[in-house]
Structure formats: structure tokens, C-alpha cells
Design a protein around this ligand. Structure first.
Ligand code: KKD
Ligand code: ZN
Length: 311
């Protein structure tokens, strides 16, 4: 019940992943910085390990080399034989699973923060994979309050079909950080500093938890992934319209039935045809052209988290 305090073992082992996508420069740069000097990420009773997850992609400053690492942590991939004949990222996923997992096992790392940038105007976003992970929900509540009046939104991807097998999913408590807008291969100081501040608050929360602080029950507003919307295409699969100027950069703002959504090259407007208000995000993300995705729709929800305390 949400009235009981849930006890959890201390979150001692924490990893900070950067370069899961090699062209998302804030995470790559922060992880490289902290690898040289870890003072900033040190906390009492917390072992925080900075780690570049896709060094080959970082070197080439590309999203991936063979296949998207942030989709590669499936049971099939993680148990695939074949060694050096496997795609680079599948091999790398197996390696990461050995170091920080195994995924789903008691030996797995407690928390993994995976640092990403988006070309979309999403601001500070935290990504969760479960609405029932009270430790993570309490952490979200703590970070949101610590960041106020600046905003930090929570995207919940629990969708049975749209959920994917992320690098951070090897941990007991996976947390994605997604900060934008920042072009691929580019560092912007505001985006870099925003990501750094989120991580500071996240590590502070873990330190407090490990010191035995009890966090009372709380509610957290999240945006739950509903649907993936593709660009309009012709019979050959070629894109025939762009994100409409009224929608461009309007991540997290309500999109209502009948609102402009796309604009064709000859100036025609295509309207949103859904049945109710949704909150679009990842609008016109560069990396999602190859995934046939113009944006995703979400629904606002309030989740309840039990009190938590270290066992
Ligand atoms: C733009 C981008 O790479 N976004 C991430 C989101 C996530 O980490 O869940 C991805 O698609 O893997
Ligand atoms: Zn990314």
C-alpha cells in the first residue's frame, strides 16, 4: 500500500553513462570530465562510476556504428553467441551487461543515469521505464523540487510496444536524462550546465537516502508515452510534409484535435486527428527520421509513490 514505508537496500552502486549515442555531446563531455576528476560526483557511501558506453561512436561522433546501442539490450542480444561476428553494439551491450548487470539480477548496479541530448525543444527531461519504481519516483520528486522554479519534466515510457531495451535498463533503477535543444555533435553551455545540475540533485538524493532519510509519500506528474506519429509519406516512403510551424519547438504543450501538425511542401496544413488533448514531445528529433517518427504523443498523469527508507 502507498501508506506503508517501502524499505529498499541502499543505492550504493551507481553508474553514469555518457556516449550511448556518440554525437550527444553533453553526456560525452561530462563523463570524460568526471573520468579525469570525480570529485564532483563523489558522495558519502555512494560509488559513482562514469562510463562511456559507445566509445567507437564517440570517436566517430555518430549516433552508432552498426546499430543503436540504446535498443540493443534485449534478452536475445544479451545471450547471443557469435562473439566477434556480432554487430559492434551488440558485443558492447554484452560487455556492459557483464560489468553493470546482469540485467534483472541481484548483482546489477542499483542506479544507472544515462545522459542524452535531443535536438527537440524538450528542456530538462527525465525518462523512467516503470510507474511502480518508488525509489525512482521519489528521486523525480526530489529533483523537480530542487530545480524549481526551473522545470524538469518526467517522461514515462512503459508502453508495451514502444518501450525499448535501453543501456540503463541493466540497472535496478534506470534513469534517462534527456536535455535539449542541442544539435548533434554540438555543445551548448546552457544544455551542458542544465544536465550537470540535474545529476547533482540526483546524486544528492541518493546520498540522503543512503544516510537513512525517510522520504514521505508523494505524487509525481509524468507524461506517459501513448503513440508514435510518423511524417506523412508518399507511396515510395518519401516524406511529403514537415512539422508545422505551430507545432515546431512546442514540446510538452497541449495538442488538440484539429490543431495544425504538419505542413506539406506546397503549403497545405495537416491537422491532428486524435480524440482528445495530448502532449507531444521529441518533436522533429533528428535521430528519429530513421525510426519513422516525427514526434510522440503523451498523456499527463499523476503517479503516487509510497514513502521510502533504507532498510
Ligand atoms: C534522441 C534520443 O536519442 N533519445 C533517446 C531517449 C531515451 O534514452 O530513451 C533514445 O531514443 O534512445
Ligand atoms: Zn540519445
Amino acid at each position: 500500500s502507498t501508506l506503508c514505508t517501502v524499505t529498499a537496500t541502499q543505492a550504493r552502486r551507481v553508474a553514469i553513462f555518457g556516449g550511448t549515442h556518440g554525437n550527444e555531446m553533453s553526456g560525452v563531455t561530462l563523463v570524460n570530465l568526471w573520468t579525469k576528476n570525480g570529485a564532483e560526483i563523489q558522495r558519502k557511501a555512494v560509488e559513482a562510476v562514469p562510463f562511456i558506453t559507445n566509445p567507437k561512436a564517440v570517436e566517430k561522433c555518430t549516433r552508432y556504428v552498426d546499430t543503436d546501442l540504446n535498443r540493443a539490450f534485449t534478452p536475445e542480444n544479451l545471450s547471443a553467441p557469435g562473439g566477434n561476428n556480432l554487430p559492434y553494439e551488440v558485443l558492447r551491450a554484452q560487455e556492459i551487461n557483464r560489468i553493470f548487470g546482469p540485467k534483472g539480477s541481484p548483482e546489477a548496479y542499483d542506479v544507472i543515469f544515462d545522459l542524452h541530448n535531443t535536438t527537440s525543444n524538450m528542456g530538462c527531461t527525465l525518462i523512467l521505464e516503470s510507474s511502480k519504481d518508488y525509489f525512482n519516483l521519489q528521486m523525480m520528486n526530489y529533483i523537480k523540487k530542487a530545480m524549481a522554479p526551473a522545470s524538469c519534466l518526467v517522461l514515462l515510457n512503459e508502453h508495451p510496444l514502444l518501450k525499448y531495451s535501453t543501456s540503463r535498463s541493466v540497472a535496478k533503477h534506470p534513469v534517462g536524462l534527456e536535455v535539449g535543444p542541442q544539435p548533434q555533435g554540438v555543445l551548448r553551455s546552457n544544455i551542458f550546465e542544465a544536465m550537470r545540475v540535474i545529476l547533482k540533485h540526483a546524486l544528492d538524493f541518493i546520498e540522503l537516502f543512503n544516510e537513512g532519510v525517510e522520504f514521505p509519500p508523494c505524487t509525481v506528474e509524468v507524461f506517459r508515452v501513448l503513440e508514435r506519429i510518423d511524417y506523412p509519406r508518399d507511396a515510395n516512403g518519401n516524406i511529403i510534409a514537415m512539422v508545422h510551424p505551430n507545432l515546431q519547438d512546442c514540446d510538452w504543450e497541449p495538442l488538440n484535435p484539429g490543431d495544425p501538425m504538419f505542413q506539406t511542401f506546397d503549403g497545405k496544413t495537416i491537422h491532428y486527428q486524435g480524440s482528445g488533448t495530448v502532449y507531444p514531445t521529441f518533436i522533429n528529433e533528428a535521430a528519429y527520421y530513421e525510426k519513422q517518427q516525427a514526434f510522440i504523443t503523451t498523456r499527463r498523469e499523476t503517479l503516487v509513490a509510497s514513502a521510502i527508507k533504507k532498510a
